[in-house]
Write a protein that binds this ligand. Structure first.
Ligand SMILES: CC(C)(COP(=O)(O)OP(=O)(O)OC[C@H]1O[C@@H](n2cnc3c(N)ncnc32)[C@H](O)[C@@H]1OP(=O)(O)O)[C@@H](O)C(=O)NCCC(=O)NCCS
Length: 133
């Protein structure tokens, strides 16, 4: 389940929930659904990226999203508040920018102004990820 949300340069696809029935796992269904959400977010809704939240303890899903090209960009304390008998848990925010990021940004400024900041942002992004996980 997903949606398009945000405004202006923050306009993006968001993974609300992704679950596959246990007996149908490891068949590539999650990958198919993520590919489709990314396609719709980019081609239909003209978004800049896709993001999602995942429990910090869900190493399987974090590894899966990493394999799909997503990076951790922030940690949200007690994002999952938990019920009466549950302990609250932090979430990682993960994000995947479309390859056409430069082209998308070119709507707003010259391509020459994009290249250096783009690589700087990738560097900061990767550094933050290493510090968070
Ligand atoms: C996470 C989940 C959605 C994966 O669904 P799936 O249909 O089995 O995933 P896929 O078959 O598309 O796998 C895609 C890739 O993820 C990784 N992956 C998925 N399940 C894995 C597992 N059990 N162990 C190791 N890697 C796994 C693999 O790299 C896999 O690619 P590969 O099969 O080519 O090696 C499913 O396990 C699930 O519903 N889990 C419970 C809910 C959940 O955690 N959702 C995510 C919360 S944000």
């Amino acid at each position: 389940m997903g949606k398009a949300e945000g405004a202006a340069k923050e306009w993006h696809g968001h993974v609300t929930a992704l679950t596959v029935a246990p007996s149908y796992r490891r068949l590539g269904l999650a990958k198919i659904m993520m590919d489709e959400l990314e396609r719709v977010s980019q081609d239909v809704y003209d978004g800049y990226f896709v993001d999602l939240f995942v429990r910090v303890s869900n190493l399987l899903a974090i590894g899966m999203y990493r394999g799909m090209g997503y990076s951790v960009y922030r940690r949200v304390v007690e994002y999952y508040s938990g019920g009466a008998d549950e302990i609250a848990e932090d979430a990682f925010g993960m994000c995947f920018f479309f390859l056409s990021l430069s082209l998308s940004l070119s709507r707003y400024c010259d391509i020459d102004e994009i290249i250096s900041p783009y690589f700087f942002l990738v560097f900061v992004w990767k550094t933050r990820e290493q510090n968070l996980v």
